[in-house]
Design a protein around this ligand. Structure first.
Ligand code: PLP
Length: 484
């Protein structure tokens, strides 16, 4: 364990200089005694270099994409180009105020207008709201829009949304939050929607369908047109969870295949650093007949320029966030789209798919893969072979990967694959880094035969060893005991 900043403190050392007072400020008169500390604040006394070394050392204990591959399935931990950060910090954007008069924020409005337009084209939808600030909030917005559509049509009996068992966990949660009942649709033997089961679930009370596509199995749902017909026949709407759009850019326009609503995860597909709980953006796209229900405002354009359009306020579901959402994230996505262009976006998706398939091909002899056919941008392997033969489970493998310098895949998800390891390498990894990861996974498969004890003990080299999950959940103390 490295020293805390207080342990580094050496009396008299300092890393700051303050300008001399040019006026004498009578602090004792200005600040009443009850607001003053009784003793001097305990601050570490350290030099600038001490502080820099301390924080750089701490940052290295973490894992981040600039340090190594981050194959966290469904999360699209791709490299985020630094040009986005430079532009997001331009003072003209960073210092803009949401209450500024429209004529002084034409540049910012044009960014949002263009982004609405580009996302509409990418998704094949008629219009997009940029307001939601997370994928899950995009889902909420989208399902509220579906609810508003049914209310307007007097479809008051519609109270159920159908969600496949291969959906992202947020999907059923979103439906419940809006007030819908959820019926679970089974996957068939190919990991796709079981159409026969679907037919038994859909009836007049069905308000909609929520499909994660590609699914959490990394598989593309091939029967969307038929699914769309089944739902539209009972005036139900279909929603695509587009958080995994990284597989589809320039290849599929969901709005053209029958989907009525989609959300995007700009912080995944369109490249904003995420994973540390930082700001995100979950815009929602809709077909023409749902445009009146979008949150207000959207950005429109007329002869005198760009403006905030409240025109559909009476039918809108209202606002889901203050002002326009997370503008700096929108800006990053705008730069990403404009820099790659249509061809570049398609290449990004193609490479994401190729990289995932390459890894799957390298690992398939060492790990069980329930759906070994071609995948999209991710695939699900599992540790059932290792568990059966040597008692090594997915948690052991995930922890051992940390020792080898990689972030673990998403584990124990999707729930329909026991001991799941959901692997998403993304397009920004080179062949060399894919090979390094595959080699590490293969070494671990070998270790599981030769030295299963080692894997139960892993990680051995990280600053924090394996934590006691059970105790950590029961004893919510920030400094819970750590094994070893
Ligand atoms: C990440 C993800 C979400 C949720 O997005 P957040 O921005 O974390 O709220 C929803 N669905 C899928 C498929 C995802 O991968």
């Amino acid at each position: 364990m490295s020293k805390t900043i207080f342990e580094l403190s050496t009396k008299g050392r300092k890393g700051y200089t303050l300008p001399a007072n040019d006026v004498d400020i009578p602090l004792d008169e200005i600040i009443p005694a009850q607001y003053k500390r009784e003793s001097k604040a305990r601050l570490p006394e350290v030099s600038e270099l001490d502080v820099m070394r301390h924080f750089i050392t701490l940052s290295h204990k973490n894992h981040f994409i600039e340090k190594g591959l981050y194959p966290l399935g469904s999360c699209t931990m791709k490299y985020n180009p630094k040009i986005h950060e430079v532009i997001a910090r331009y003072s003209c954007f960073a210092n803009a105020h949401p209450y500024q008069p429209e004529e002084t924020m034409q540049g910012a409005l044009s960014v949002m207008w263009e982004l609405q337009k580009d996302l509409s084209e990418i998704s094949g939808m008629a219009q997009v709201t940029l307001q939601p600030v997370a994928g899950a909030q995009g889902e909420f917005t989208g399902i509220k829009i579906i609810e508003a559509y049914h209310k307007a049509k007097g479809n008051t009996h519609k109270d159920t949304i159908i969600v496949p068992d291969s959906a992202h966990g947020t999907n059923p949660a979103t439906c419940s939050l809006v007030g819908y009942k959820v019926k679970e649709l089974k996957s068939d033997a190919n990991g796709r929607c079981d159409i026969e089961h679907l037919k038994t679930l859909v009836d007049e009370n069905t308000a909609g369908f929520m499909l994660t596509n590609p699914s959490t199995l990394g598989l593309f749902e091939t029967q969307v047109e038929e699914i769309s017909r089944i739902f539209h026949d009972v005036d139900a709407l279909i929603y695509m969870d587009g958080a995994n759009l990284n597989a589809l850019l320039g290849i599929v326009q969901p709005g053209k295949t029958g989907f009525d609503v989609i959300h995007f995860n700009l912080h995944k597909t369109f490249s904003t650093p995420h994973g540390g709980g930082g700001p995100g953006a979950g815009p929602v796209g809709v077909v023409e007949k749902l445009v009146p229900y979008l949150p207000v405002p959207i950005v429109s354009k007329n002869d005198s320029g760009y403006y905030l359009d409240y025109g559909h306020e009476d039918t809108s579901i209202g606002k889901v966030h203050t002002f326009y959402g997370n503008f700096a994230v929108l800006l990053r996505a705008y730069v990403y789209i404009k820099m790659l262009g249509a061809k570049g976006l398609r290449r990004a998706s193609e490479n994401a798919i190729i990289n995932a398939n390459y890894l799957m091909a390298r690992l398939k002899d060492y790990y069980h893969i329930k759906h070994p056919e071609y995948c999209m941008h991710e695939f699900v392997a599992d540790s059932s072979w290792q568990k059966k033969a040597n008692g090594v489970n997915t948690l052991d493998i995930a922890k051992r990967l940390l020792d080898k310098g990689f972030h673990a895949p998403t584990v124990y998800f999707p729930l329909i694959i026991p001991e799941a390891m959901m692997i998403e390498p993304t397009e920004t990894e080179s062949l060399d880094s894919l090979n390094a990861f595959a080699d590490a996974m293969i070494e671990i498969a070998q270790e599981s035969k030769e030295n299963p004890e080692l894997l139960h003990e892993a990680p051995l080299t990280t600053p924090v060893r394996r934590v006691d999950d059970v105790l950590a959940v029961k004893k919510l103390d920030p400094i819970f005991p750590i094994k070893n």
